[in-house]
Design a protein around this ligand. Structure first.
Ligand code: HEC
Length: 169
């Protein structure tokens, strides 16, 4: 029985993941992928030892083989969380936060189709309908940075089942 329930839960998660495949990877996933492909030693040591702004991480990540987009997204994640163990248990990234926290009141489409500045995102998080959402200051900043880079997805790239009601709420 327990195994059956677990298998069903696993299936639900797998299906859910497919529907949300169009939402770009966040820093956690990109770092896990680098970790399994092999992070250059110097970069791994830097991630374990240094706190640095995103603009310092980005060129080092591009040098390690990431494309500009992944490098920019992971750079924001490292700005939020390094120094950290890249092989350890990694904290939630912007995508994780958006999927976990931004679809209980309206569909995720409302969030990921918006092309906005960081200030505009932080303003939304502080609005009366959003201020109660359970995020730390670090998570708010990380989610805003992730959405600046990765939201603004064209409506025609949204899976049909997530288009109900348009890009509104
Ligand atoms: C507790 C319910 C609730 C949750 C959770 C929630 N929203 Fe909303 N959201 C609303 C309501 C209500 C509106 C429409 C009224 C308004 O604009 O405040 C809205 C509207 C929006 C809008 C369009 C209007 C605007 O402010 O520009 C965006 C963008 C948005 N939400 C983003 C998010 C993001 C990002 C998250 C996750 C961090 C999130 N929402 C989670 C309730 C919620």
């Amino acid at each position: 029985m327990a195994a059956g329930v677990a298998a069903l839960a696993g299936l639900a998660v797998a299906q859910e993941d497919d529907v949300f495949d169009f939402v770009p990877d966040g820093g956690r996933t990109i770092l896990e992928r680098m970790q399994s492909d092999g992070i250059p030693d110097g970069l791994a040591a830097a991630i374990r030892a240094e706190a640095a702004p995103a603009e310092d991480w980005k060129p080092r990540l591009e040098e390690a083989g990431l494309d500009q987009w992944d490098a920019a997204t992971l750079a924001e994640y490292l700005e939020a969380y390094a120094p950290m163990d890249p092989a350890g248990d990694l904290p939630r990234d912007g995508r994780d936060l958006a999927l976990a926290l931004c679809q209980s009141c309206h569909i995720i489409t409302v969030t990921v189709t918006q092309d906005r500045t960081r200030e505009a995102w932080l303003g939304t998080f502080n609005s009366p309908s959003h201020v109660e959402i359970d995020m730390t200051e670090t998570e708010r900043n990380l989610l805003a940075d992730y959405l600046v880079l990765n939201a603004g997805i064209p409506f025609d790239q949204i899976p049909p089942e997530l288009r109900a009601g348009g890009a509104s709420y």
